[in-house]
Structures are given as C-alpha cells and as structure tokens.
Design a protein around this ligand. Structure first.
Ligand code: ZZB
Length: 275
C-alpha cells in the first residue's frame, strides 16, 4: 500500500508559551510533554506525519486526528526535522531511506495521543491558517502512521467525528475553540453526492456517530468510488481537473516542495480501519 505522508507542522510558539497561557486537555496544558522535552529536539521543527490515500483532498483539511491511547514517538529525521508517528511507521520509513541512516531510527521522545490533543498545526494546502489535533476513536495503530489528517468534506469518518466532537466537546474534554468554525470545505464536485460527498453519504445512511463502524465502511466505499470515478476538483491550481488526473500531480508537487513524503506499507500487514 502506497500512502502519501502529509507533514503537518507543529506551531512551536504555542508549545513553548507559559503553561498558564495555554488551553488544557483533560486538565493538562496542551503540548506539556513536548514543551518539557523541547531541548531534546535541538531546535528541529516538529511535524505530525499523516498517512493518506487522497492527497488531492488536502485543500479540505480541518484538523488532525490521533488515537488518545496510541503510543507515538518523536523521531529525528535529519538536523532540521523531527517527525511524530508510531514506531512501526518510523521503522518502515527507516527501511525506505527516509531517515539519515537506512534501517535505523532515532527516537527522541515517547508520547501518547493524549499528549498531542489540542496542539495547533500548519497543514499544507488547506485554507485554514491553523488546525488542531483532536481525538478519534477509530484510529488504528497498525495502519499508516497512526496519524490521520481530517477531510470532513470527503471522508465520512472525519465528517461524523468532527460533528460528534462539536456536539459533545465536554465529554471528549476538548476546547470548543478547536472545533468551532471548522466547517467542511467543498473541494470536489460529484454528480451524485454533490460537493460535500461525505456529508451526503452520512445523511443517506443515517450515520449518527463515529461508533456506527459498519455504516461508515459502506459510506467510505461509496465516497471513494464516487470521488475517484466521477469527481473533479473545484478549488486550487488544478480546479476543473478530474480526481484521477489531479491525484498524482498534486502528490508529486507536494513531495517536491517538501510538504509530503511517499510512505509504503508492506503488503499483508495492512489492517483495515474496521480491524
Ligand atoms: C485523507 C482522506 C480524505 C482520507 C478523504 C480518506 C478520504 P483505507 O481506505 O481504509 O486504507 N487513515 C489513515 N491511517 C489511518 C489509521 N491508522 N486509522 C484509521 N484511519 C486511517 O484508509 C485510508 C484512509 O483512512 C486514509 O486516507 C486516511 O484518511 C485514513 F476524502 O486521508 B484519508 C472516502 C475516503 N475519503
């Protein structure tokens, strides 16, 4: 399976500001563990690396998802960058030559998804200036990087999770500011599902929450098909092009500009979101 790894840059100023000025998640100042260990990163920029099969949808990112109980690491890439992902993904990356020494990982810090919730990020191509890291129940530690970038216009699970978080922000212990005002952005036009395909699919199938796993699988398949075979972009440099045409061009450009990487997962080890 070939994914595009999208680099979402952690806004460092927000991490290093005094704890008293920070939002909190579950009673802890946002990014507390990172800020306490900031010297370990040697001034390198920190990126969350999200695995996607839909690089052409990056215009529609509204947030980033992690699993709160998933274990992540901060991995040294070179003298300028550190990436945050699961250890499993970091090892795959090392074997693919994405780090300085092939086959070798340098882990600078262990952390859990809950240590990342609330962190603001700069995401490539989207029109939101900053997006927040939020909790999602269905994130698999065994797929991709364990980090998911959220495109609620075209990914049913992302759409319903964002709705869930807005409705039940207290239950999920998140600050309303992290979700309020983040609406799905129409980026791809389709003949049967309109320009917010994920919303249409969730409504058609009467999906109410992120716990409707089976229905979400069905919605995902429908939206993948509709987008891939009949969708065309309505935003960005390639507006007017079909999804099929634009997908690889956009991916290639993002990789060339250092905004993304190609990340491959060994076949046979891929476990679907439904487990
Ligand atoms: C952005 C995006 C936009 C995605 C879209 C999908 C869609 P699949 O098809 O099951 O292999 N994803 C990536 N990693 C994980 C993970 N560890 N746990 C849960 N979900 C994960 O799934 C690949 C997609 O699932 C990825 O592509 C990512 O979401 C998410 F408009 O990235 B995608 C109709 C789907 N549309």
């Amino acid at each position: 399976q070939e994914y595009t790894g999208i680099k979402l840059e952690i806004i460092q100023d927000e991490i290093t500001k005094p704890a008293s000025e920070k939002d909190t998640y579950d009673g802890v100042p946002v990014g507390d563990l990172l800020s306490k260990n900031i010297n370990k990163f040697g001034g390198r920029k920190l990126y969350m690396v999200a695995a996607t099969l839909r690089p052409e949808t990056m215009y529609g990112q509204t947030n980033c998802f992690v699993g709160v109980d998933i274990e992540y690491g901060v991995y040294q890439v070179n003298d300028k960058e550190c990436w945050i992902c699961t250890e499993r993904a970091a090892k795959n990356m090392a074997y693919q030559g994405l780090f300085e020494k092939r086959g070798e990982i340098i882990k600078l810090l262990d952390l859990k998804g809950s240590d990342l919730v609330g962190i603001p990020l700069k995401a490539p191509l989207t029109s939101y200036e900053k997006v927040y890291t939020l909790p999602m129940e269905g994130v698999s530690p065994k797929k991709g990087t364990g980090v998911v970038t959220s495109v609620p216009s075209d990914a049913p699970a992302d759409y319903i999770t964002l709705q869930d978080l807005k409705k039940k922000h207290e239950y999920y212990k998140i600050d309303l500011k992290w979700v309020e005002g983040f609406e799905p952005i129409p980026i791809i036009k389709t003949p049967n599902f309109g320009d917010l395909a994920a919303k249409t699919a969730c409504e058609n199938l009467k999906i109410r929450s992120q716990k409707d796993k089976q229905q979400l699988e069905t919605a995902k398949e429908q939206v993948y098909k509709e987008g891939f075979y009949s969708g065309s972009l309505i935003v960005g440099k390639y507006a007017g092009k079909s999804v099929q045409e634009a997908k690889n061009i956009i991916k290639k450009e993002m990789v060339e500009e250092g905004l993304a990487i190609t990340y491959c997962e060994p076949e046979g080890l891929v476990i679907s979101r439904s487990g």
